[in-house]
Write a protein that binds this ligand. Structure first.
Ligand code: IMP
Ligand code: MG
Length: 182
């Protein structure tokens, strides 16, 4: 069955990555992380709100023990461009000292969130910090960054669904849709 485009006011979105493709890629990432962290118990830190769907599917496919925590930082607000400035809205609950930390992001765009989090986590003296992001926008990073595990590299276009929002809506779509630029 052909997936339908989605209309939100005057904006139109087309299907980009299906639910099946997302699940297939998450299984591969989970296998790779399980191999890399064999015998360890990493803490997966989900970046709210966008990472919740990805994180819950990812941890269920792991073959290792893990713990979870969440943080919330400000990002786009209701606009479709990054404000640049980042503030912490909900801080870590877990003690990260001497632990293996894997930060779980929905999407890396400018890379500002990732570089902010990396600095902050490193100040808490963990034994290691890595980043996993379901999506990375190509050629977007304004700061040098490393995302250790990447689900899909996508064009520099606005996307929604599977955790990603437009003005807080549409996070509950099970596939990812990309804006049609007119
Ligand atoms: P960055 O700090 O510019 O890398 O952006 C990080 C955050 O911006 C992500 O975690 C998302 O919450 C949000 N974001 C970036 N691009 C998109 C998009 O295309 N759709 C929805 N949210 C996005
Ligand atoms: Mg986010």
């Amino acid at each position: 069955m052909k997936k339908q485009n989605i209309l939100i006011d005057d904006l139109e979105f087309e299907p980009l990555i299906s639910h099946e493709q997302i699940q297939g890629r998450i299984s591969e990432l989970a296998d790779q992380i399980s191999r890399d962290y064999k015998g360890k118990v990493p803490i997966f830190v989900g970046v709210l709100n966008g990472a919740i769907l990805f994180m819950s599917d990812l941890i269920r496919k792991l073959q290792i023990e893990c713990e979870i925590d969440f943080i919330k930082i400000s990002s786009y607000g209701d606009k479709r461009v990054s404000s640049g400035a980042i503030t912490m809205i909900k801080d870590f609950s877990a003690d990260l000292h001497d632990r293996d930390i894997i930060v779980v992001e929905d999407i890396v765009d400018s890379g500002l969130s990732v570089s902010y989090l990396k600095k902050r986590i490193e100040s808490m003296k963990p034994s290691s910090v890595k980043f996993v992001s379901l999506l990375v926008k190509k050629d977007c990073a304004v700061v040098p960054l490393t995302v250790d595990y990447i689900g899909f590299e996508i064009e520099n276009k606005f996307v929604i669904g599977y955790g990603l929002d437009i003005a807080q809506k549409k996070r509950n779509l099970s596939a990812i849709y990309q804006i049609i630029e007119k």
